[in-house]
Design a protein around this ligand. Sequence first.
Ligand code: FES
Ligand code: FE2
Length: 411
Amino acid sequence: MLTHEENRLLTRVGAGTPMGNLMRRYWQPVAAVAELDETPTKQVRLMGEDLALYKDTSGGYGLMDLHCPHRRADMSYGLVEANGLRCNYHGWLFDAQGACTEQPFEEIAHPEARFKDKVTIKAYPVQAKAGLLWAYLGPLPAPELWDWDVYHETGYKTIVFGHIPCNWLQCAENDIDPVHFEWLHAHWSLDLQGRRAGRTIPTHLEVAFEEFEWGIEYKRLLNNSPEWQVGRVALWPNALYTGHFEYRVPIDDENTLSVCWNNEPLPGDEPFEQPRIPYFWSPIKDPATGRWINTHTVNQDIIAWVGQGTVSDRENEHLGASDEGVIMLRRRFLNDLRRIEESGVDPKGILRDPSRNHAMYLPRSSGGERLANSTRAAGPRRLGVAGLYYGLPKEIEDDMLRVIASRKREG
Ligand code: FES
Ligand SMILES: [Fe+2]
C-alpha cells in the first residue's frame, strides 16, 4: 500500500508536480507519423497540457500551446507553412522554437514597434521515429530518443491507439505483473469463451524481477516447464516491452493514451520496406451494451485498470508476493523523485550518449512454455496484432496477409 500522499505524489503529472517533472524528462509517443501525413495538425493533451501538434510544409514537426498568445484561438486549426504554424484568426506565425516570426497587420500598422519580438508561444521538441511522433516536455537539452534493436528488424509494423479513462500509473504497474497473465488472460479469457472447463492452465510457481539500465525485467517459472520464461520488460518509465511496445502515456491525471507499436514477423529473409506504418484506434467499449470489450488481450488489461478506479486507491490495497515488481517500480520512482529534487540529475533510463543510440538491445521473451498459448484456439496463423487489440481494420489485416502470402510464395 501507499499513503495518501505517496499515491498523489506518484500519480499526478500536471506541470510543476514532482511526478510531472520526472515524466517530462522522457520522450513520450503522442501520434503516428501517418496521421500527420493525412492531416497536418492535431490537438494533443499531454500531462494536462493542451497542445497543437503539426507538420509544416518543409516536413518539420512542432508542438506548441493549443492557444494562440494573441487572443487565444485554437492553433490546431492553424495553417501549416514552410517554417511553422500560422494562427487562422489573424495570421500570426510561430516557428518550432516558439518564436513569433510574423504578425501581418502589426507589421503594416507599426513596423517599427516589432511587436512580434515581444511575443512567444510555448513550444516543445518533436521527433519522428519508428512511425511514431515523440514529444519532449522537459528541461533542455533533451536526451536521446531511444533507438531500439526491434525497430530495425524485418516485420510488418502497426501502431494502435486507445483512450483509457484512468490514471497512467495503474496501467504502468501492469507492466511488471507476471501473475495476472494466468488469471486475466488465461482463466478468465477461457471462461468467457466457455472453454475453461477441463482445461489445464499453467500455474505460476515462482516470479523474479531484475532491474537493468532501461527498466525491470521479469521472469516466471510455470508448472508446465522446468525452464524459466524470461525477457519481459517494464520499460522505463511507462511501457511494456515483450517484442511489441505498449506505452501508457498520461493525457492528464485521469486519462491515459495507450500507444502500442507492433512488429509482425514475416517469413523469408529478404528485407521489407514499409514506407507508411499504418495505425488505428482500438475501441474499448461496446456501444450496444455500454460494457468494456473483453475479447482481446489488451482490452482485458484495460478492464483491470479502469476497474481499479479513476486513480487506484492504493491506501486500501493489500500487496502480496506477486507484487514484488510493482513495489520495485514504485520505490524506483520515489527514489528518482528525490534525486531530481535534490540534485537535478537524470532519472533512470535517460540516454545522453548519441554514439550508443543505434539498435540498442532489449531483452527478448524466451524460454518455458508460452502461457498465452493456453488461450489460443488451434487453427491457421493468427496475426499478433489481431489477438492483442479489438478492431483491427480489414484493410490493414488484408495488407498484412497479402505481404505474408507474397513472401511465402517467393520463399
Ligand atoms: S488569435 Fe491568433 S492571431 Fe489572433
Ligand atoms: Fe495483460
